[in-house]
Design a protein around this ligand. Structure first.
Ligand SMILES: *Cc1c(COP(=O)(O)O)cnc(C)c1O
Length: 397
């Protein structure tokens, strides 16, 4: 049997490599340079061009570019009218921002448990957590896989809730043949460099509802309007505007927008390569009895942002930390997505306790995120597989 590096073998890789990395090319550099040499660094033509492009890609009627994915979630909650005393249901297996957006508005996040197989929010658990105070559901497309949107929409219609998809992972993913950005009441995106396409920092919200669109544009820019139909009286002159809500400065710059437009030109390529890598991983890991792969619902045609592998602790003599360290010794630097949000001290101070979502907590104990990004070579992929195989075999119980 091949000895893992941690047990004295030779590492699979001689240099460290990481779980994610952005991919930029000459077209991206030229796009940014073009804006730097133009008149408008922000609030210029690239923002409009980007918003139109996001509409074309997602099939949504409206798109609003913002400064990051967290700002996108915040303005989506504001546009949904979430405030003091409201409850917002979300999953704990996500980045903290998916719940923090409710807290920003004075509302209380309520955590629903996950589906054991897909690891996405379980619609039945969402239903069980609806109360008279529930205002919205923030459903996260975890790792890029679409949630069960039909079931979630049904629950939201029955209880008059706003459905927000946190699509930070799912740019390029389709549900029943439709891009995820056109289905929920609002879908938010993040363009942080670890995501499938990047603008350095950046985010967007898509919607088909003109009233939500109007509120999104207000809240992302100070609550200020130049639209006479929204003003308290007729404009005093061309300089005149009014602040009608308390909004924020969540604008994206044209520099970022130009980079993102150029990145989105490559989305199909990025998506195809990610699907190839995921297929190869799934094929290899399905044959290893000590690990489990994420199951997919047939409705989701997934562009995967993260590849999360689950170990079976009962079939191994090491735990997740042991597996993570063993991969590190092979120079494969993994990560863990995610620590359940309510484990954090800030949430504990608010009164949340361990035990809320048993399936999510068990998942967290057993997962690690393997490298997955566009520029990975076939050799990189095979190296990761070989490392997982030798560690699983060596520490098999
Ligand atoms: C990255 C991410 C966010 C936040 O996006 P930022 O652009 O970093 O603010 C929100 N939700 C999820 C699930 C994410 O992965």
């Amino acid at each position: 049997m091949e000895k893992p590096a941690i047990a004295g073998g030779t590492p699979v890789r001689d240099k460290k490599f990481f779980y994610g990395h952005q991919y930029l090319d000459e077209a991206d550099y030229q796009a940014v340079l073009g804006v730097l040499k133009s008149d408008a660094l922000t609030c210029g033509p690239k923002i409009t061009e980007l918003e139109e492009k996001i509409c074309r890609i997602t099939g949504a009627k409206y798109a609003v570019a913002v400064s990051n994915g967290t700002a996108a979630l915040h303005v989506a909650c504001l546009a949904a009218g979430i405030g003091e005393g409201d409850e917002v249901i979300t999953t704990p297996i996500t980045f903290a921002a998916s719940a923090n957006c409710a807290l920003y508005c004075g509302a209380r996040p309520v955590f629903a448990d996950i589906d054991e197989k897909t690891w996405n929010i379980d619609p039945e658990s969402v239903r069980a957590h609806v109360t008279g105070r529930t205002k919205a559901v923030v459903a996260v497309d975890y790792t890029g896989q679409s949630t069960r949107l039909d079931e979630l929409q049904k629950i939201c219609r029955e209880h008059k809730l706003v459905l927000i998809t946190d699509g930070a992972h799912s740019m390029g993913t389709k549900y029943k043949g439709r891009p995820t950005g056109s289905i929920a009441d609002m879908t938010t995106f993040s363009f942080h460099p670890v995501k499938t396409v990047t603008s350095g920092e950046g985010g967007a919200i898509t919607t088909n509802d003109p009233a939500l669109y109007q509120r999104l544009t207000l809240y992302k820019a100070h609550g200020i309007t130049r639209d006479p139909s929204l003003m308290s009286r007729s404009p005093e002159g061309p300089w005149y505007y009014e602040q009608v809500e308390l909004g924020y400065n969540y604008r994206m710059t044209d520099i970022q927008a130009a980079l993102l437009i150029s990145q989105l030109d490559k989305l199909d390529r990025f998506s195809r390569r990610r699907k190839e890598i995921v297929a190869r991983y799934n094929e290899a890991f399905s044959r290893i009895p000590q690990v489990t792969v994420q199951e997919e619902i047939p409705e989701s045609d997934t562009t995967r942002h993260l590849y999360v592998l689950r170990i079976k602790p009962e079939a191994l003599t090491i735990d997740r930390k042991g597996f993570f360290d063993a991969l590190g010794a092979e120079n494969i630097v993994c990560n863990v997505h995610y620590i359940p949000t309510y484990y954090f001290p800030y949430y504990q101070k608010l009164g949340y306790r361990k035990g809320l979502c048993p399936k999510a907590e068990k998942l967290y104990d057993e997962i690690l995120t393997l490298p997955l990004y566009y520029a990975m070579t076939d050799q990189d992929v095979e190296d990761v597989i070989r490392a997982v195989e030798r560690i699983a075999a060596y520490y098999a119980r």
